[in-house]
Design a protein around this ligand. Structure first.
Ligand SMILES: *[C@@H]1O[C@H](CO)[C@@H](O)[C@H](O)[C@H]1NC(C)=O
Length: 406
């Protein structure tokens, strides 16, 4: 064999290089097929088309009310100056005509909590609700960031219109947050569907965590401390430890938090993700100095699915039934603090602690039921990811939670 190699040295070189170029072609072919296949699949996938359309529409319509438009708006600048002059960080509630009733109800909740109402300020997404609030509560500082022209520019039949508007509202809230942070204002972003059971104001949470830039609420419920019930954290949240809820959060206005919300903005225009998962993801970077508040201070609706041993200071109430309005839900749970004639009901606020404990008895029946049990494959998948340190804390997975909504 070595002999023949010596003799036909030239030939073998030629055939070698032919082999070489052939294998290059094969490898190139395999690579291009591998590269083109996902493209083909994505072109065939209607869902991805829809998703792309949603993301592009959100980006397009959001450009009609840019960060600069909001930041430099005369009324908004005046409003911001007012916030800056406040002695304590304001509680900002964002609302529109669709949840004005819940907001008015919330104001009645705050009315009986010392020093709470004086810190409340309001940002409306339509002129109509703003006018009504001003008329009823002229002392509450308020401003309009009008989204009606953008909503009207999207015809009623536009695919996924509701979801696009939902994203637009959250994106606008993010821009407001970025703007206030740029002006160096410290503030709480809050929601009108939160119940104040105790005096949250007097706790001075923002002073207790003075070295943190942002404080967030989280989803899930409190783990029971007793050994027997150690497994009570809702199973679907086990993989989402520290997942931000995003209904109540504190922001210390500075260049870093401004940059944080500009990042959320950019993310929301290029991904189909809710702001809460994006904030969770970005908070993975320790320089943002995010801190998660314990659930005995602020809890999401998941409180109602737990043992209810400790009543949180504040609970945000989500509605999960489509056929019921939020007001009807609040009625059902005795969370109404406002009479029909517009006066506030002190007794209802005082009885709130009991109301919260007794609310939604149907949810207690599902206690301990493992509705979201994970299969062996899923568990193996997560074990694999954990071992190889791929998205170890599942922060990236959270970014996909809304994919099934469109
Ligand atoms: C408003 O309605 C409540 C309950 O019906 C009543 O107790 C209260 O006196 C009314 N207030 C005014 C000012 O009419």
């Amino acid at each position: 064999m070595p002999n023949s190699e010596n003799h036909s040295g030239g030939l073998s070189k030629i055939s070698n290089s032919r082999h070489y170029s052939f294998s290059v072609v094969v490898v190139l072919f395999i690579f291009s097929v591998a590269a083109v296949l996902p493209l083909l699949f994505s072109m065939m996938s209607i869902h991805l088309f829809r998703q792309r359309n949603v993301i592009m529409t959100v980006d397009r319509v959001a450009a009609k009310l840019s960060f600069e438009d909001i930041h430099n708006d005369y009324d908004f600048v005046q409003f911001s100056e007012g916030l800056k002059a406040m002695q304590k960080p304001p509680y900002i509630v964002f609302y529109d005509s669709s949840n004005l009733d819940i907001f008015l109800n919330h104001i009645c909740n705050l009315e009986f909590i010392p020093n709470a109402l004086s810190r409340l300020v309001a940002i409306s997404f339509d002129t109509n609700s703003h006018m009504i609030l001003q008329e009823k509560y002229p002392k509450i500082p308020s401003v309009v960031v009008d989204l009606d022209p953008i909503k009207e520019s999207l015809e009623e039949t536009y695919e996924n219109r509701r979801y696009i508007i939902y994203q637009l509202v959250l994106l606008t809230r993010t821009r407001v947050c970025a703007s206030l942070a740029l002006r160096g204002i410290n503030y709480w972003a809050m929601q009108q569907d939160s119940l104040w059971i105790e005096n949250f104001e007097s706790m001075n949470i923002e002073d207790r965590y003075s070295d943190q830039y942002m404080l967030f609420d989280t989803v899930g419920n409190e783990q029971a401390t007793a050994m027997i019930t150690f497994n009570f954290q809702l199973p679907e949240y086990k993989r989402m430890h520290g997942w931000i809820c995003g209904s109540t959060y504190f922001v210390r206005g500075n260049p870093t938090t401004h940059q944080f919300f500009m990042q959320v903005d950019a993310f929301m225009r290029s991904h189909q993700s809710p702001d809460s998962s994006i904030m969770t993801y970005l908070c993975g970077h320790r320089n943002y100095k995010c801190h998660r508040l314990p659930r005995w201070i602020i809890s999401s609706s998941d409180y109602f699915r737990g043992t209810r041993e400790t009543t949180p200071v504040m609970i945000q109430v989500d509605s999960d039934q489509k056929e019921e309005t939020k007001m009807e839900l609040f009625q059902r749970a005795n969370f109404i603090f406002r009479h029909d004639n517009g006066t506030c009901d002190r007794r209802a606020v005082h009885k709130l602690r009991d109301a919260v404990r007794l609310a939604f008895p149907e949810k207690l029946k599902t206690l301990g039921q493992n509705m979201y049990a994970e299969g062996l494959l899923t568990r193996l998948y997560y074990a694999y990811k954990h071992i190889f340190n791929v998205d170890r804390y599942n922060n990236k997975v959270f970014l996909t939670v809304h994919y099934t909504l469109i």
